[in-house]
Design a protein around this ligand. Structure first.
Ligand SMILES: Nc1ncnc2c1ncn2[C@@H]1O[C@H](COP(=O)(O)OP(=O)(O)O)[C@@H](O)[C@H]1O
Ligand SMILES: [Mg+2]
Length: 346
């Protein structure tokens, strides 16, 4: 019989990667996340035992009924996710929607109250070591690294993954080149700009060459140029065969690189799939703006070409209106987001 994905006693999440070998000149890392968030489910918390289906080879992340309660607050409420291998998948939602909570669970750092997940084929709860070997997590805050240079920072994280010291020079060179920080290798981490810190944090998530990257709001606080550079870097990583899950409440940049998205609000999944399909399902894929002979301009939502054709025929032939001009307006993720979220704050 298959092992349950979920322990019956709601056990503590395993500790983060082990400390560097004794004798290392490097200081210990700051706590990567809020310790409060690491608390195990309280006594009496509901832990569902589900026997999930066979792992699917085409998916890098699967989640079913993923739920997390913080006291009375449902930070995540029965969320299902299917994230295809090799994709860039965006989790979009306003502040407090539950994005970081979902990522902490997938990254093995937080135990869900109920539901199950499979990340790179393994359970983050029952098999956290297997998940960590294959997944790189970039938290939304980097922490403070006093007096540590960029190079030392990456070496330290290489040590936490037990990467042999002889491999550090080439590893650090490769990563710094990838994220375009070679000239900053001797700079103190805390002196880097926000964009550089984000790129360094991404390099850190790549130290053990994971197949999946989980990036919590990597674009937040970046200026437009840094955002474009980040997007290019992520597309490059995708072309190297990596799967990427990225969260944001800034939508425009995700639309251009995400193969699929999930929209969450107040812990609930509102929609998921390729952005175009969600737009079409909601009937907000397109609208036609028409200028009539009397100067009046009206906008009509249409689902596709057929509906647009029917609309124009109706206006011109059936209604006998003088259509001077019409333009097709494509909606984007920003419109979609505003349409399906209601600004619920828990
Ligand atoms: N450790 C915690 N203890 C109590 N409540 C928390 C904790 N972490 C997050 N929350 C709450 O859970 C909800 C979801 O938070 P979070 O997952 O951080 O959302 P997002 O990343 O989408 O902004 C918010 O209402 C937040 O205040
Ligand atoms: Mg967050």
């Amino acid at each position: 019989m298959r092992e349950p994905m979920f322990p019956t006693n709601g056990s503590q999440p395993s500790p983060p990667p082990p400390p560097p070998p004794t004798g290392s000149p490097l200081p210990p890392p700051p706590a990567p996340i809020d310790l409060g968030a690491l608390a195990p489910p309280s006594a009496g918390a509901v832990v569902e035992l589900l026997d999930p289906s066979e792992p699917r080879d085409d998916l890098v992340v699967e989640a079913h009924g993923l739920t997390k309660h913080y006291g009375n607050l449902k930070a995540l409420d029965e969320v299902d996710l299917e994230i295809p291998k090799g994709s860039i998948f965006g989790i979009i939602g306003p502040n407090g929607a539950g994005k970081s909570t979902a990522f902490l669970i997938l990254a093995t750092l937080l135990t869900p109250t109920s539901g199950w997940a499979r990340v790179c084929g393994f359970s983050p709860v029952a098999e956290p070591e297997e998940v960590r070997r294959r997944m790189g997590y970039m938290p939304d805050v980097m922490g403070v690294y006093e007096n540590l240079t960029v190079k030392e920072y990456l070496e330290f994280h290489a040590a936490t993954y037990h990467i042999d010291r002889s491999e550090w020079p080439s590893l650090v060179d490769g990563l710094l080149e990838l994220v375009d920080l070679d000239v900053k290798r001797e700079t103190i981490v805390d002196d880097l700009s926000r964009g550089m810190k984000q790129r360094l944090s991404l390099a850190r998530a790549l130290v053990h060459d994971p197949e999946l990257l989980i990036l919590d709001e990597p674009a937040s606080g970046l200026d437009p140029r840094a955002r474009i550079e980040l997007r290019e870097l992520l597309l490059q990583l995708q072309s190297m065969g990596k799967s990427i899950v990225i969260s944001s409440h800034i939508l425009a940049e995700l639309q251009q690189m995400c193969d699929a998205i999930a929209v969450i609000e107040a812990g609930q999944l509102l929609a998921s799939g390729p952005p175009g399909r969600i737009l079409a399902q909601l009937g907000v894929g397109r609208s036609v703006r028409v200028r009539f002979g009397d100067g009046i301009v009206e906008e009509f939502p249409v689902a596709g070409d057929d509906e647009q054709q029917a609309l124009l025929r109706k206006l011109i032939v059936d209604d006998d209106r003088a259509v001077l001009e019409f333009t097709t307006v494509d909606k984007n993720l920003e419109d979609l987001f505003l349409q399906i979220t209601q600004g619920i704050v828990q």
